[in-house]
Design a protein around this ligand. Structure first.
Ligand code: PLP
Length: 460
């Protein structure tokens, strides 16, 4: 390293190219250029190692940094806590673990218990394990099946992939775990039934009931759904869907597991996505926005009714949740989460998300008038998608290379946007937006103006 210190950017790039295996990347074309190294962030903006500034319209690539970058109060909360006590797991409690659980439950009427882990996948795995154990305790193991929806994503572990509705994320990783069954997606834009609006929503929910009846209601323990399908293309289920889903779960005694890993903590303008639909979930899983990426944390939240099933018979040595997550004992996660929640509350970020989300959706809808390639603009709060099609009638998706060209052109303009990422073969044609909840009208306009220019450049 003649004259080059360890942190010099040329060395960092060399080290990255030589040793880092990046997420979701085909490394051969990737290595033809230099990786983008992000070195700093403040508010909505990040800077790469060359000093180039970007407005980040996806909150850290995967919709995580809800309160924005450079929050010294979260850094202080983490530091103060870990200097005092960084970690303790198992049966002992910690101060931030107890306090964050109390604050979170106060926002979730009907829920009462928080189980700590450290990622979204893990939070979902814990819920799946609880469902399986309830099946064994209450139903002789029979009511063990977990239904998941086409295009939904719940994580990268073998268990969560078994509940994976995104074909490309799951292919070649089998054999997967048994007892997971798919239900049809609820995307009206690519309709499976010749209906619209509420009638479509009700039909899509009835399709779930058909699967339950086919499998046998006495074999189905839980239904796991994203409130808005995220990486599968920002799919907001139609009106009428959720009410019917809740009725179906109640009718067949099926536990409703809402995966709020993306939508939770304000992303859609309410604390949780399920609040928009008046759902009464049995499990809610949260991760990304819980501490906005300042610390790793994932939580499985459930009701006292579920919790009671794991303690009702203390004489049975198997009658408790026989599970642990080593890093569920890190105090940095809940300490950061408490401060993250305070920021969302004190800065009025839920209202801002609703207002800025409406502005962004209107801007994106405006792009439909201008660019024939825009087939659909959709979303809720600050979680939005723009579906690009070669033909509005056939809805044939634009080629992936064109989506990549739009994303690259925006980046060249200093705007980082996302795309539904190679999860459903042939249908990875949705541009995705999830800016931090602190976005201003100027930020929103800067993002959509840059998309406008990129669409003109790529599609003419
Ligand atoms: N659930 C949803 C809806 C997600 O989008 C993701 C990740 O993107 C996960 C679960 C998995 O979370 P993690 O990557 O933290 O394991």
């Amino acid at each position: 390293m003649d004259g080059v210190t360890e942190n010099d950017i040329s060395h960092v790039i060399e080290a990255d190219k030589a040793h880092v295996w990046h997420h979701l990347v085909q490394h051969k074309p990737f290595e033809a250029g230099d990786p983008r190294i992000i070195v700093e962030g403040k508010g909505m903006r990040v800077w790469d190692a060359t000093g180039k500034e970007y407005i980040d319209a996806v909150s850290g690539a995967v919709w995580t940094v809800n309160v924005g970058y450079g929050r010294t109060s979260i850094a202080d909360a983490i530091r103060d806590q870990i200097v005092k006590l960084n970690y303790f797991a198992g049966a002992a409690g910690t101060v931030p673990g107890a306090i964050f659980a109390e604050k979170l439950i106060a926002k979730m009427p009907g829920m009462s218990r928080v189980y700590y882990a450290n990622s979204g996948s893990e939070a979902n795995e814990k819920a799946f394990k609880m469902v399986r154990q309830i099946a064994h305790k209450r139903y002789g193991g029979k009511k063990h099946k977990i239904l998941y929806r086409e295009r939904d994503y719940h994580g990268g572990t073998i268990g969560t992939m078994s509940a994976g509705g995104q074909t490309e994320r799951v292919m070649q990783y089998g054999p997967l775990a048994p007892g997971f069954v798919a239900v049809p997606h609820a995307m009206e834009y690519r309709a499976q039934w010749d209906l619209s609006g509420e009638a479509y929503g009700e039909r899509a929910a009835e399709a779930i009931e058909e699967v339950i009846l086919r499998e046998g209601p006495d074999t189905v323990g839980a239904l796991c759904l994203e409130p808005i399908t995220a990486g599968g293309g920002v799919i907001v289920p139609p009106v009428g869907y959720w009410q019917r889903v809740q009725e179906i779960c109640d009718r067949y005694d099926i536990l409703l597991h809402i995966d709020e890993v993306v939508c939770g903590m304000g992303r859609t303008g309410t604390w949780f996505g399920y609040e928009h639909y008046g759902l009464r979930p049995d499990f809610v899983t949260l991760a990304k926005g819980v501490a906005s990426g300042y610390a790793a944390i994932g939580v499985t939240v459930t009701t006292e009714k579920v919790f009671d099933m794991f303690k009702d018979d203390a004489t049975d040595p198997l009658n408790h949740f026989r599970d642990i997550s080593t890093f569920g004992g890190c105090t940095a996660g809940p300490a950061a989460a408490i401060e993250n929640m305070r920021i969302i509350e004190d800065e009025g970020l839920l209202d801002n998300t609703t207002a800025m989300g409406a502005r962004m959706l209107a801007n994106l809808e405006g792009l439909m008038d201008k660019h024939r390639v825009v087939g659909d603009a959709r979303g809720k709060g600050l979680f939005l998608g723009l579906e690009l099609v070669a033909d509005r009638t056939t809805k044939e998706p634009v080629p992936e290379k064109d989506i990549a060209a739009v994303v690259a052109d925006c980046a060249a303009q200093g705007v980082i946007i996302g795309a539904s990422n190679r999860s459903v073969p042939g249908l990875n044609n949705v541009l995705m937006f999830a800016p931090a909840l602190i976005a201003t009208p100027d930020d929103i306009d800067q993002i959509t103006d840059s998309v406008d220019r990129a669409l003109s450049k790529v599609f003419g």
